[in-house]
Design a binder for this molecule. Structure first.
Ligand SMILES: *[C@@H]1O[C@H](CO)[C@@H](O)[C@H](O)[C@H]1NC(C)=O
Ligand SMILES: *[C@@H]1O[C@H](CO)[C@@H](O)[C@H](O)[C@H]1NC(C)=O
Ligand SMILES: *[C@@H]1O[C@H](CO)[C@@H](O)[C@H](O)[C@H]1NC(C)=O
Ligand SMILES: *[C@@H]1O[C@H](CO)[C@@H](O)[C@H](O)[C@H]1NC(C)=O
Ligand SMILES: *[C@@H]1O[C@H](CO)[C@@H](O)[C@H](O)[C@H]1NC(C)=O
Ligand SMILES: *[C@@H]1O[C@H](CO)[C@@H](O)[C@H](O)[C@H]1NC(C)=O
Ligand SMILES: *[C@@H]1O[C@H](CO)[C@@H](O)[C@H](O)[C@H]1NC(C)=O
Length: 664
């Protein structure tokens, strides 16, 4: 598959090399990419230059991955040592230098994109205080290309991921820095000059009705009449969100929580009438609001849709965080409320339409893949987004010890290739069948009912797992796609034989081309899934303030649960629901990297899971449940329900016996 995708780049590469005088016939491929046939006249290097916004579309998720990793690393000093992590935190100066390194590729792209050479001034490499604003600027730079070059659905994924990192992950990262040196300067974030501010949220705060009136004007004056209702709902939601903030902020310590909550419920009632949610549950409203965001994808006015989408995502993340703080501040009230009445949050974290729209295949990840394939002819530019050490290691593993040679026996290699191709074809067919089986199995599982919320598997293996409906359509579309790719490849194989001798010379370079795409594939393998979890279990700290785990018994022996919580290997088999967070964890409020799911552990096993993680903020509401067989509290552990979700940024190993992890 990977090899397939890079085919066009390879040809372009050859073209680049033979720029001066040589002619090649591969118009088939060239035409796909470049309808203009007067190629000879133009500077090919110039013509092939991948637009910067494409590079940014790959750099943004990668820098968030880098920073999420960093935020785990810097907060996780007390965790059991992990041989895979060689860098040790603790020296502020070195740690800041490392932070600069983690954003270096992203900044290089931004510097080229920002107008009038303002890049190094707006996003100076050695100042952490500018990172937050520069992430926002990046979303604005991408927004200009919505919906023409970047679909709104993909942009939604970019926004969800970035905003969640800015509001949750960045705070966690800052607290790690502050732990090293409690200096208020470290806690500040730079504000760019007005001219470069693209984030409307700030202006809205000054005049709360601006957004509303703007939307009103825009929708009534616009020719897109049918967009009106959706946009009106959008602005109502945003107003409700702002008003909720005001109500929460005006709540005084010691004043009646009931009164405050009643005000909120009244505020949410009309919204919930529209969104079909339970206005007396914040979480129900919160999750329902994703459906509103999904409905923006239907709008005809691309401009109004992308603006509304940005605002909805920003307000949702901020209110979720604020509400979590409120619950945590008033945890006694909430544990009374939830004691004995174990509520899962009313609905799925993300609306299925939303998941479908922002699901991996053709979305954010699609843009990243496209970029890797197009850019791979300029290796140096491609790998500035990567961790160079990891990339070189990857290359070494990939090619083994044998250096790429120009003197191999031609025939031998050719036969080998043919065999491989055939094998791949049949493997692909098998994969296809497996995919379909898996999809069916998961559909069945989802029909089981509300229980499935509690055991949402953390490791999502298939693009389509989260999508609902029209499986047949998709299956056949995918099959069609595969068939045509296979055809393309066969064509390519034929051409390749003819050019065998010439190709030999370029093997080394072609390998590099493939490496870029393959490495991108490997580091995005865990990125971009919309994931959610809700699990009930004993919530306890493994590393005080930094790593917390929640373990709930779903099947097996209670003794095994006791073993794990006491950091022993289980003496009996156990199936459990879990949640965990690495970052800043307080008793009721987790923020950082984490997730949850279900896992089964064998007798004597170390009990680990390899899971996809996201930046999460989870409120852990104390509860009583069969998942907590030792009662609502057990030693330092509290039976609580944790839930949350996000767009995944990486994978890590989590050890449930003792909290060893590499989520960093
Ligand atoms: C092809 O590109 C050249 C150089 O950029 C330009 O002058 C010419 O008009 C283009 N032709 C077509 C058919 O687009
Ligand atoms: C083509 O453009 C690139 C980048 O602008 C430049 O470095 C190179 O010298 C140009 N090549 C020719 C043949 O004009
Ligand atoms: C996290 O950062 C460390 C230190 O730079 C690195 O060794 C590790 O590979 C990174 N992990 C991921 C998932 O990026
Ligand atoms: C270290 O990395 C290797 C390979 O990535 C993995 O198999 C191993 O489990 C990791 N070790 C720990 C302690 O996480
Ligand atoms: C991620 O971090 C590595 C260093 O570990 C750096 O080389 C790379 O440029 C960073 N990626 C981005 C997109 O900034
Ligand atoms: C709405 O949620 C509350 C708890 O927040 C619950 O008591 C009530 O029964 C729910 N109403 C409906 C109609 O589900
Ligand atoms: C919850 O209820 C149990 C008994 O049902 C009681 O023992 C416990 O104290 C209650 N917890 C809180 C926080 O009210």
């Amino acid at each position: 598959m990977i090899r397939l995708l890079v085919v066009p780049s390879k040809f372009l590469l050859l073209l680049g090399i033979f720029e001066c005088g040589h002619t090649y016939k591969f118009s088939e491929h060239r035409q796909e990419r470049q309808p203009n046939n007067s190629y000879g006249a133009v500077n090919v290097t110039q013509a092939m230059k991948v637009p910067l916004y494409k590079e940014l579309s790959a750099a943004l998720p990668l820098v968030i991955r880098n920073l999420t990793n960093y935020s785990g690393l810097i907060n996780d000093k007390g965790a059991p040592p992990n041989p895979n992590i060689t860098y040790h935190f603790g020296e502020l100066e070195n740690d800041l230098a490392m932070l600069s390194d983690k954003v270096s590729g992203f900044y290089a792209v931004l510097h080229e994109m920002l107008p009038d050479g303002s890049g190094p001034f707006l996003c100076p490499l050695n100042k952490q205080s500018h990172i937050k604003e520069c992430l926002l600027m990046a979303t604005c730079l991408l927004e200009y290309h919505v919906p023409e070059e970047i679909e709104l659905a993909a942009f939604t994924t970019y926004m969800e991921m970035t905003q969640r990192f800015i509001d949750v992950g960045w705070t966690v990262l800052k607290s790690g820095l502050l732990m090293e040196e409690p200096s208020p300067i470290l806690n500040m974030d730079a504000v760019p000059p007005k001219k470069y501010q693209c984030d409307l949220l700030k202006h809205e705060k000054v005049t709360p009705s601006t957004a509303h009136s703007m939307l009103q004007v825009e929708s009534s004056e616009s020719e897109f009449e049918s967009d009106g209702a959706t946009l009106a709902m959008s602005s109502a939601l945003i107003q409700a969100s702002q008003a909720s903030f005001q109500i929460l902020d005006s709540h005084q310590v010691g004043s009646s929580v009931d009164a405050t909550i009643l005000k909120l419920h009244e505020l949410w009632m009309p919204i919930c009438k529209h969104l079909n949610c339970n206005h007396s549950s914040f979480w129900d409203l919160h999750y329902a609001s994703y459906r509103q965001t999904a409905s923006l994808l239907e709008l005809k006015s691309g401009y109004a849709a992308r603006r509304a989408m940005r605002r909805e995502v920003q307000h949702r993340v901020k209110l979720e965080k604020r509400f979590g703080e409120f619950v945590s501040e008033n945890h006694e009230y909430y544990s009374r409320l939830y004691n004995g009445t174990h509520f899962p949050p009313g609905r799925r974290f993300v609306d299925s339409n939303f998941i479908q729209a922002s699901s991996r295949g053709e979305s954010m990840i699609g843009h990243m893949r496209d970029f890797a394939n197009e850019i791979s002819t300029e290796e140096s530019r491609a790998i500035r987004l990567f961790d160079h050490v990891e990339y070189r290691k990857f290359q070494k593993d990939r090619h083994g010890r044998r250096p790429v040679s120009l003197l191999q026996d031609e025939n031998e290699e050719n036969e080998e290739n043919e065999e491989n191709e055939e094998q791949e074809d049949s493997e692909e067919d098998e994969d296809e069948d497996e995919d379909e089986d898996k999809e069916v199995a998961i559909d069945d599982a989802e029909d089981v009912g509300s229980k499935d919320m509690e055991g949402v598997p953390a490791l999502v293996e298939e693009d389509n797992v989260l999508e609902d409906g029209t499986e047949d359509d998709k299956g056949s579309r995918r099959r069609r796609r595969r068939r045509s790719r296979r055809r393309a490849r066969r064509r390519w194989i034929g051409g390749r034989r003819r050019r065998r001798r010439r190709r030999r010379i370029f093997d080394v370079i072609a390998n590099v081309v493939e490496d870029v795409a393959a490495f991108m594939e490997s580091i995005t393998g865990c990125l971009g899934y919309a994931i959610e979890f809700a699990s009930t279990g004993y919530d306890y700290e493994v590393v005080p303030g930094a790593v917390s785990i929640s373990l709930g018994l779903s099947a097996g022996a209670r003794q095994a649960l006791e073993d794990l919580i006491s950091k022993r290997s289980p003496t009996l088999a156990i199936s459990m629901d879990f949640g965990f967070a690495v970052g800043v964890t307080k008793k009721l409020l987790w923020s950082g990297t984490g997730l949850g799911g279900s896992v089964t552990c064998e007798v004597g096993a170390s009990c680990e899971a390899y899971i996809t993680v996201a930046v999460i903020g989870s409120v852990n509401i104390p509860t009583q449940s069969a998942a907590c067989p030792m009662g609502p509290t057990w030693g330092a552990a509290t039976c609580a329900q944790c839930f949350g979700g996000g767009i995944s940024s990486m994978c890590c190993n989590m050890g449930f016996k003792g909290g060893s992890n590499d989520c960093r």
